[in-house]
Structure formats: C-alpha cells, structure tokens
Design a protein around this ligand. Structure first.
Ligand code: FE2
Length: 478
C-alpha cells in the first residue's frame, strides 16, 4: 500500500482466470477508488490523505478482464507529483516533522480517494471535505472538480452519494461546520440541474460520512462531536492533526435524524436504544408509515488509527484495529410519529462496507452484503464477506473467509435483471505477503462456496469503495 503504482493498463486473458467469468457479467465492470499513493516524499500519509487511484476491471466478451487504473489528477496530486513530497496538510497527516511547516491549513487536501460513482458519461470520485472530481467514464481521465452547474461551488460534499432510481436522481449531502452544523441535501438530474434542495441546521458539530434515503426522508446518524482542546491547540501549532482533535461526545444519546425530503416540515430527532456512531448505512426504506434503517453502528469510536495507520514514519499495522470495538449491523425501526427507535442486530458478526442492490437505494431489498471478520468479536481488518438475508434473521448468514493474511475489500452486488435474489458479488482480495491482488467473483446465492472466478492481478493498493457498472441496467448509464 505504500508505493505509488502509476497508471496501469493490462489485460488478463480468459486462460489466466481461474474458473469462468459468468456470461451475464460480461460487458460490465467493477469500479473502485482508494488511496493509491500514500508514501509521499519519504513520509507515510494516513490512508484518508492518500491520492485517489481509480481502477476499472472490465469483463470482456472473450472471457478475459481488461484493467485500467489512473490517479485522480487533483490539484493536490499535481502539486505533490511535481514537488515529490507532501505539500498540502491533510485531515490526519502533517507535511513535516518541523511544526512550523504545518501551520496554517490552506485549501483542504481534496485527494478524491473515497468513492466512485457512475453518473451519465462521467465518473464522480468523492471525498469528504471538498467537491467530487469528474472523470471521463471510458478513459478515466480527470476532467476537474464537479460543481453541478455551480450549485455546490466547491462546497464540501460527503464522499457518499446516493442514487434514487425511481426518480433517476443523484442525491448529495453537504455539511458546513461551525458552532452549529448546516446540512444541505441536493437532488440533481443527469444534466447537473438541481431539482430540489433542503437545508437544516443542528446544534453543535457532527460527523457524517454517509447518509441514507427513503421516498420521504433523508437519514443521518447524529454522531455528535466534541473538540479536544489540547489537541486542537497542538494542531494549530503544527504538531497534531484535525483527526486527532475531534472525539465523539459520549455524553449525548445515540440519535438518528430524519429530514423530510419534500416541503418544509421540521427534522425528526429519533433517539436510539444505545449510543450510535454511524459511518456507513446499508439502506433505509419505508413500510407504510414506518421508517426502517439498516446501519453499521459503533457504540464507541476513536479517531486516528484507521487501517492501521501509526504515523508518518512507520508502515501500516493491520493488527491495530484489534483494540477497536466492532461495529454491528442493526435494523432500526421508527414508527409513525415516534421519537424513539427500536432495533435488532441482524447478524452476530461485525460488519462494514455494507452494500445492497445498486438500484434499491431507499427501497426495501432483502439482501445485504458486507465485509466482516470470521472472529465475531471484531469488525476489521476484514478477512471475510457476509451475506445477510433480512427476511430470515434467525438463519445463520453465509460467510466466506479468505486465506490467512488476505485483506477483503467491499463486496459489490450485481443482481440479475430478472431475479434480484440472484446475481453475483465481486470483491478485491489483497495479499500483501505474496504481493498479489485477486478480483474474486461469487455466486450471490452461495458465497460460502467460494469464488466461481478469480482474476489474478498484480498487488494493487487497498481500495475504499467501488461500484458495479453493469452497462444498460446500471445506475447512471446513458
Ligand atoms: Fe465510506
């Protein structure tokens, strides 16, 4: 993960692939994004601060796989490629050990490294503290920051965007922090026209990385933050970072916010049965007047050592997350007019990177796939994938566990067009010891049987999020 791999164009022939790529997937592609360049001028950047590296794995009609990868050529990437060192201070990475070189923030370090979303003839590479970057969907060439016709105008937009298939809209969420937090949701069409926007203000600061939607609501975890004043002072003096300066405010109860999508009705504040810190939602939907929210929930969370980051001079330590409490996949139910949610744990496993049917954002769908760990005491580092059938929570979920020391990424579900209970799941497996990555394809009905096809690849940097781009039936395809 430490090296910078550079652009990549290669073809893996059908004869090199173990098993066969199912015919139904041919013509489609797996997209993924993540921090591809993290050792920059001798310093190791926190994965959140590594340069976005977008990969496309296209299943060809001849049974092979064509691979293309490009860095997102953000301003930060261009500056640091030219200087061959860190130039811009990040969320979690200082540019130098000499504190005075870190003072002042300048523009946020937008490295476009977190998500990749197909939207018409473009791909959008999302990042937490800035605008998404647009890429040419075919060539992966960077086109520049996406402003949606000037609507977001550089405003920080959450890395996660959601697709309302019923209305063919992309939904975006922007946060402006201060003494209070202003939250703005926007819904855009394919011509980047803003069709609706909704703004609410909540007291204090909150963390948001993802949200969910239903036909009537946007859903957020309240995730209240407090500032660690000592670290904040050290950050100002150049010896600490923003990520180390914030903490979850555990004095406040766990809450979800339900924000009406239409009209100006006030936000509903829903108390959860326990503390709630949500990084990722699986989905949300409505059953009559009841709102159902499927979310990966931490009850405790500390910022700072994500993905085993231990500082600018030491390699990533994947064993570190063992000290973390796991996140659990809950189904929360909120009755009409209720101010409290009830919830149940859907599986005994720790779950992250939850994914559902790509056209069912905001609509009930039975299957959730996620990254997990076979040892149910933990969530990460992920060594397994899990299939959860929400119709039958009493039944043990299907789990497939990778060989030892192989890191398992986000599982992407490609449902069959005619039967959404069936389809395939794609996941990238990273084997740092043997220096190889594998794109594994599973039968979505039988992930515990292991991959039906494995595409051998050179070792690639670990990715955060991706998307199945299935051509005609995919979201955003034109
Ligand atoms: Fe995420």
């Amino acid at each position: 993960m430490a090296a910078s791999p550079g652009s990549l164009d290669l073809t893996v022939s059908a004869s090199q692939i173990t098993g066969e790529i199912p015919g139904v997937l041919q013509g489609g592609r797996v997209l993924s994004n993540g921090p591809g360049w993290t050792k920059i001028g001798g310093r190791i950047a926190h994965p959140f601060d590594g340069h976005g590296y977008v990969r496309a794995f296209e299943f060809a009609k001849d049974g092979g796989c064509r691979v293309r990868a490009r860095f997102v050529e953000t301003q930060v990437y261009r500056d640091e490629s030219a200087a061959k060192r860190l130039v811009h201070r990040g969320f979690a990475t200082n540019i130098d050990d000499a504190p005075w070189k870190n003072i002042g923030f300048g523009k946020p370090r937008n490295v476009a490294n977190t998500t990749i979303v197909r939207w018409g003839d473009r791909l959008l590479a999302g990042w937490e503290g800035g605008a998404p970057h647009a890429l040419d969907a075919a060539t992966l060439e960077t086109l520049g920051e996406e402003s949606f016709g000037g609507a977001i105008n550089g405003q920080a937009t959450l890395a996660h965007m959601h697709y309302d298939a019923a209305q063919d809209r992309l939904v975006l969420c922007s946060l402006t922090m201060g003494r209070n937090t202003k939250i703005t949701f926007r819904e855009v069409d394919r011509s980047a026209k803003v069709l609706s926007s909704r703004e609410v203000t909540v007291e204090g600061s909150l963390f948001a990385h993802d949200f969910a939607l239903t036909p009537d609501y946007y859903v957020l975890g309240a995730n209240p933050l407090k500032m660690k004043l000592g670290e904040l002072a050290k950050m100002a003096l150049g010896t600490s970072t923003l990520l180390r300066s914030v903490a979850i405010d555990e004095q406040k109860p766990g809450m979800f916010y339900l924000i009406p999508r239409k009209g100006s009705a006030p936000m509903r504040v829903i108390e959860a049965p326990d503390r709630v810190f949500v990084v990722h939602f699986a989905n949300a939907f409505q059953r009559g007047a009841e709102v159902v929210v499927d979310a990966c929930v931490f009850h405790r969370f500390e910022f700072g050592e994500e993905f085993g980051y231990t500082g600018p001079h030491t390699p990533f330590d994947p064993a570190l997350p063992d000290v973390r409490k796991p996140q659990r996949l809950y189904r929360a139910r909120i009755a009409e007019g209720a101010q409290r949610a009830t919830w149940e744990k859907l599986v005994p496993h720790g779950v992250d990177f939850p994914r559902v049917h790509p056209l069912k954002d905001g609509v009930e769908s039975a299957l959730i796939f996620g990254a997990t760990r076979a040892d149910t005491r933990y969530s990460d580092p992920f060594d397994s994938i899990v299939r959860v059938d929400t119709r039958d929570p009493a039944r043990a979920p299907q789990v497939w566990t990778a060989p030892e020391d192989v890191f398992v990424g986000e599982p992407l579900f490609a449902p069959d067009a005619a039967n959404e209970d069936r389809g395939h799941v794609m996941v990238l497996l990273s084997d740092g010891i043997n220096e190889r990555t594998t794109l594994a394809v599973f039968d979505a009905s039988a992930i515990d049987q292991g991959p039906v096809a494995s595409v051998p690849l050179p070792l690639l940097p670990i990715a955060f999020h991706g998307e199945w781009d299935g051509g005609d039936t995919s979201r955003g395809s034109v």
